[in-house]
Design a protein around this ligand. Structure first.
Ligand code: GLY
Length: 380
């Protein structure tokens, strides 16, 4: 059966061209500002990139944005900046004991992409090393350990669904199925313990690291235990679509649809996802990152489905992208970041409505998908 065809479905070429031009200008300005500092861009303050440490989970999104822009424009300055940032990240690889499960975010979408495009051996080595670091975190009870604190040996988080693609990548590169099997076992555990019957998700689940027994699901970056942190839902949505693409296992497509249906229901009044879909009535704490991540997931989900079914998800993605762009995008050259209403965590009051490179990254990824770019950065 023919699956949903983005190019045939997408009619608003004028919007796309206008946004692409704005992106090219704004991201060139972002590079100019990034070259004035010696750290990896993540968020901004008073119109400048704000200092961040190397080794943070967001580090890969700046070079990944550069590769997306390079593919969009062909402008070599984006490639040069991607390479500069990739080299900067080697300090994080050297400090391997402080890496978390987030190594997929940190290397697959730029080093993995560079290896795909240019067959650079150093980029291959970085990506495989990162995959091995994630494989080391596998608990044979069927989950990947999220964080390093000794008392958190049994903690897993829903965000990890987006780190699984580096394991599938490693299996393909090495012809060793173990990485992929770890990824699938973790995805199966996520379906069982994270996805609720209504399609909403837990952020954190704690297992007994000795025997894998479920112990607890404390509140994470959302309001509280049992609430619905929107970025967690978006990680699950896109993560399950990717696991379906990379494994072919039908349960993952089903999980992605359940999470997607829930996500769409929760934000379709104005298409501006709140930070937590269960935050107190009337509170307007938004998270543009959740929206842009979900939009990418919805577009890829649409592509896996027949025309009529796929269109519903594709249309929802467009609604989110356009609503967030109209509400919160800053295209002026007074700040190098674009999206202004991203939120780190519901209870982090200083982290409400800030800028984040990954909100911008997922917007650029979505725009490139609409332009017909075929390279999926999560499967380079
Ligand atoms: N992966 C951490 C976050 O989404 O904030």
């Amino acid at each position: 059966m023919a699956t949903f065809d983005i190019r045939a479905a997408f009619a608003d070429k004028e919007w796309l061209e206008e946004i692409s031009c704005k992106l090219a200008r704004k991201m060139a300005y972002g590079i100019k500002k990034a070259r004035q500092v010696s750290f990896m861009p993540y968020t901004t303050q008073n119109g400048q990139w704000k200092e961040t440490r190397i080794g943070g989970w967001t580090n890969g999104f700046w070079p990944a944005s550069m590769w997306q822009m390079y593919l969009m424009t062909g402008d070599a300055s984006f490639r040069a900046e991607a390479l500069r940032a990739e080299a900067m990240l080697d300090d994080a690889l050297k400090d391997f004991k402080n890496l978390s499960h987030d190594v997929g975010f940190m290397w697959l979408i730029h080093s993995g992409v560079r290896y795909h495009l240019e067959h650079n051996q150093d980029s291959f080595d970085r990506t495989l090393y990162a995959a091995d670091m994630l494989a080391c975190r596998y608990n044979p009870n069927g989950f990947l350990r999220a964080w390093n604190q000794v008392e958190r040996a049994g903690w897993a988080i829903v965000d990890c669904m987006m780190n699984l693609p580096i394991l599938y990548w490693a299996s393909r590169q090495t012809a060793d199925p173990r990485y992929k099997l770890m990824a699938m076992n973790h995805a199966d555990t996520t379906i069982k313990y994270f996805i609720r019957p209504d399609g909403s998700c837990n952020h954190i689940v704690i297992f007994d690291p000795e025997n894998g027994e479920y112990m607890d699901n404390p509140g994470g970056q959302g309001c509280q235990s049992g609430s619905s942190w929107s970025r967690g839902q978006s990680w699950a949505l896109y993560g399950f679509v990717l696991s379906y693409i990379l494994s072919g296992k039908a349960e993952y497509l089903d999980a992605a649809k359940r999470v997607a249906n829930y996500f769409i229901d929760q934000c379709c009044d104005d298409w501006l996802p709140r930070c937590d879909f269960r935050q107190p009535e009337g509170e307007n704490v938004l998270d543009n990152a959740a929206g842009n991540i979900a939009a990418c997931g919805l577009i890829e989900l649409a592509r896996q489905l027949p025309q009529v079914e796929g269109k519903r998800y594709f249309d929802a993605a467009l609604c989110i992208l356009k609503a967030q762009e109209a509400d919160a995008a800053n295209w002026a050259e007074d700040d190098p970041a674009i999206f202004t209403k991203c939120t780190t965590a519901y209870h982090d009051l200083k982290g409400r409505h800030i800028t984040m490179t990954y909100a911008d990254y997922f917007f650029i990824e979505a725009v490139n998908k609409l332009r017909g770019e075929e390279l999926l950065f999560w499967d380079p």
